[in-house]
Design a protein around this ligand. Structure first.
Ligand code: GTP
Length: 207
């Protein structure tokens, strides 16, 4: 069966417990919002395929537990990620302050080439806001990241944030992807020639 995508990337969501990581992921992958909070245990993931600049990108998005007691487990996933989404809750000052810790952990455990964005979630809760948009934007600038305010509840900016994250990763790995697609083209050409000759060609494409 033909492969449904060209490349596979792994993204990781980090941030305090309750900021809305699971809800954001559900909104993006299943267009669904649940107002209950069931804490993630360890890690969980969901997939979605996007078509970007003519490339079919399959993203495997890892949702990590924000609770401290799972940190030993979640840190093991840092080094396998190509993109990291830092999330805080705009109604929680502490979740914003803790970003220093999350970013420090990533510097320690994640690969240098990893792409990062900053997201302030729950933008629908304007009346309970504790972190201004300006504060979020300035912190993102300090870290050299792009910044989004999102709402998993209303869906505002959710697709934009995940899509941009994926695009940044795709661009950072453009050369690898070009090499991969080039070898895939060679393979398909060879396979069709073999088919014409009645032969059989096989290749396992690991990305
Ligand atoms: N108003 C509003 N509530 C939200 C939003 N996103 C999440 N929530 C609520 O915030 C609570 C926590 O959401 P989760 O997605 O479970 O939080 P989490 O970051 O995955 O938490 P952990 O798994 O413990 O790390 C839930 O009650 C959600 O309904 C949002 O955009 N707006």
């Amino acid at each position: 069966m033909a492969k449904q995508y060209d490349v596979l990337f792994r993204l990781l969501m980090l941030g305090d417990s309750g900021v809305g990581k699971t809800c954001m992921l559900r909104r993006f992958t299943e267009s669904y919002f649940d107002s209950s909070h069931i804490s993630t245990i360890g890690v969980d993931f969901k997939m979605r395929t996007l078509e970007l600049d003519g490339t079919r990108v399959r993203v495997q998005i890892w949702d990590t537990a924000g609770q401290e007691r799972y940190q030993t487990i979640t840190k093991q996933y840092y080094r396998r990620a190509q993109g990291i989404i830092f999330v805080y809750d705009i109604t929680s000052e502490s979740s914003f302050q803790h970003l220093v810790k999350w970013a420090g952990d990533v510097d320690e455990y994640a690969p240098g080439k990893v792409q990062k964005i900053l997201v302030g979630n729950k933008s629908d809760e304007e009346t309970s806001r504790k972190v201004s948009k300006d504060q979020g934007s300035k912190l993102a600038e300090t870290y050299g990241m792009e910044f989004f305010e999102t709402s998993a509840s209303t869906s505002d900016n959710i697709s934009e944030a995940f899509t941009r994250m994926t695009q940044l990763v795709l661009r950072a790995h453009e050369r690898d992807v070009d090499d991969l697609l080039g070898s895939l083209d060679d393979y398909l050409e060879k396979a069709s020639l073999e088919e014409e000759k009645g032969g059989d060609a096989q290749k396992t494409c690991a990305c």
